[in-house]
Design a protein around this ligand. Structure first.
Ligand SMILES: Cc1ncc(COP(=O)(O)O)c(C=O)c1O
Length: 441
């Protein structure tokens, strides 16, 4: 049954008079008549203006790792408020949080904070360029590193005919085409192509940016051998390896994907799960590289290490480090995938999962994808149609099949039961619509 969205819709018309698309971020506009506004989030559930309740698998694109309005993290944030905000000076807590990060992530020898993932990756790329004295960088097709010009290249795969090379276009108008020449694109999990790229660009690459699980591309994961090959090739060609764990960090494991695959980057970035949603990000890495900050390389920002976010980060990281929260996240993810598989197998629907149980991507093909081009071969239209029904059934996944499902430590048995019930309804409804379309065709 379609939900009542009358209050959200009415609000959209009002909001659109003052806010472009009626929202604060382009990604939050889901179309006229489908854009929802949140009243509140608690644990793993959110409620919209029309009092529709959802089990949420977006979690703000990942941050709410412990669930919304987590009492201990929020209490810590209130303590942070007592400190006073920002002073254009540092506080003692920065050191304590940096110590915790260094304990959890061995590559994080030195740490600097920023406010968003974009800022952290942008600073990392600048630092790598300064350290190596080179300008170019390698980036994986289908990956996302934030909204700054160097990272804003996009392959419109839905338009690709599966023959020849897909085009690479700016992700937005306003990105100067002149900066395109610095970026070299490679496909995930193809070490030969990577080596060819290094050979072709001899001595020009400052940095290789790797999203170890592509969180805007189903959750396609880098194979351990590929990560190791990337590490070896970066060393061979004098390039810094930046593993961007903005989405995966403090989620898939205490030490991120880099700890699971035992690959040590020169630089690494974190954001989302650091403070359970309070805005803070991290650029960390090798001491000799990081020491260039302030010695020729600019880094800073008025709101950097705000006392509220920092206090939230201290508590959130302590919980993630010292409790079984991440085990519970992964366990829920495994049970969710098992339940979905039962529903899909019972209907003979080919599928697979990619990524990690803490952020699984559901893929409608039996063979899981290894790179973004593989996604094109799947039945993503089925996913996209199903997602709309899931929303009506109170299960909030991203409407686009390229986004994985984010799990929090607050997802519990009742969430699982509600989700699987809604999933069964959504799958059946999508099959029925398909069958009707076939008859009409
Ligand atoms: C891997 C990765 N890097 C960077 C970013 C940018 O982070 P933010 O949206 O906080 O600027 C994102 C955001 O989703 C991301 O997934």
């Amino acid at each position: 049954m379609p939900r009542d969205l009358s209050k959200s819709n009415a609000h959209w018309h009002k909001a659109n008079t003052r806010l472009p698309l009626g929202v604060a971020s382009n990604f939050r506009f889901w179309g006229e008549g489908r854009t929802i506004y949140v009243k509140e989030g608690r644990g793993a559930r959110i409620t919209d203006l029309d009092d529709n309740r959802y089990v949420d698998y977006r979690l703000g694109y990942g941050p709410a790792i412990l669930g919304y309005a987590h009492p201990e993290v929020d209490a810590a944030a209130r303590e942070g408020m007592q400190v006073g905000g920002v002073f254009a000076l540092s506080t003692e807590r920065e050191f304590r949080v940096a110590e915790r990060i260094a304990k959890m992530v061995p590559a994080a020898e030195l740490v600097r904070f920023s406010n968003s993932g974009t800022e952290a990756v942008m600073a990392g790329l600048r630092l790598a360029r300064a350290y190596t004295g080179r300008d170019d960088y390698i980036i994986l097709e289908g990956s996302y590193h934030g909204l700054f010009d160097a990272a804003m290249w996009y392959t419109p795969m839905e338009k690709w005919s599966q023959q020849g090379e897909p085009e690479v276009v700016p992700y937005s108008q306003g990105v100067p085409l002149g900066v395109r020449g610095f970026a070299h694109f490679v496909q995930a999990n193809d070490a030969n192509q990577l080596e060819d790229t290094f050979k072709r660009t001899a001595g020009r690459i400052a940095c290789m940016l790797i999203e170890p699980i592509m969180g805007n591309c189903l959750g396609i994961g880098m194979e351990p051998e590929y990560l190791r090959a990337a590490r070896m090739l970066c060393d061979k060609y004098g390039t810094l390896l930046l593993i961007d764990e903005v989405k995966t960090g403090f989620r898939v494991a205490r030490g991120g994907v880099q700890s699971l695959h035992a690959v040590r980057p020169d630089l690494t970035t974190f954001a989302k799960a650091v403070a359970n949603g309070y805005p803070i990000s991290v650029l960390a890495g090798r001491e000799d590289v990081m020491r260039k900050l302030g010695r020729g390389v600019a880094h800073g920002g008025t709101y950097t290490a705000h006392s509220v976010s920092l206090a939230a980060a201290e508590k959130c990281l302590q919980i993630l480090d010292e409790t079984d929260a991440l085990d519970r996240v992964a366990d829920f993810g495994r049970r969710l995938m098992k339940g979905m598989t039962q529903v899909l197998n019972a209907r003979g629907i080919a599928h697979s999962f990619v990524g990690h149980p803490s952020m699984p991507g559901l893929y409608f093909d039996a063979k899981p994808p290894r790179n973004y081009r593989d996604w094109k071969g799947s039945d993503y239209a089925f996913y996209d149609a199903m997602a709309q029904v899931l929303h009506d059934e109170g299960v909030l996944c991203e409407p686009d099949s390229r986004e994985p499902w984010f799990i929090s430590a607050a997802h519990d048995d009742s969430c699982l039961a509600d989700t699987l019930r809604g999933f069964e309804v959504a799958v059946d409804a999508t099959l029925k619509t398909r069958a009707a379309e076939k008859v009409r065709a």
